[in-house]
Design a protein around this ligand. Structure first.
Ligand SMILES: [Zn+2]
Length: 118
């Protein structure tokens, strides 16, 4: 069944393998369709922004943490001073007010652990 890329975002697209759309049951002629009707819902889905991500020039930019796998995120929860209050490398305990910190590089000069996840 010939369908064009746009079909996926079209209101008339049937999502049926045996029928392309209501107006062109066998698919549109050529690679553009005069009856294309942008599906507002499909559009909304496309522009969905995960938490912490944003659009720049139409491109979805993910914050570094979003690229981590779930496993890595769990590890981060277990090891990151933001959550544990301790340096994962030397165990240095961060100040009591560590929840307000933005940078998490280890203050212990002999350790030198640098936070590269935030
Ligand atoms: Zn350290």
């Amino acid at each position: 069944m010939p369908k064009i890329k746009k079909c996926d975002r079209c209101l008339l697209y049937s999502h049926d393998p045996h029928l392309i759309c209501v107006v062109h049951p066998a698919g549109p002629q050529g690679d553009s369709c005069l009856d294309f009707r942008e599906d507002p819902n499909a559009q909304a889905e496309e522009l969905w922004e995960p938490e912490g991500a944003s659009y720049y020039n139409g491109e979805l930019i993910l914050q570094p943490q979003q690229r981590l796998t779930q496993q890595q995120q769990l590890e981060l929860l277990d090891t990151h001073p933001m959550f544990t209050g301790k340096c994962p490398q030397c165990g240095y305990e961060f100040d009591r007010d560590y929840t307000a910190r933005v940078h998490w590089d280890c203050p212990n000069s002999e350790c030198g652990w640098m936070d590269d996840s935030v």
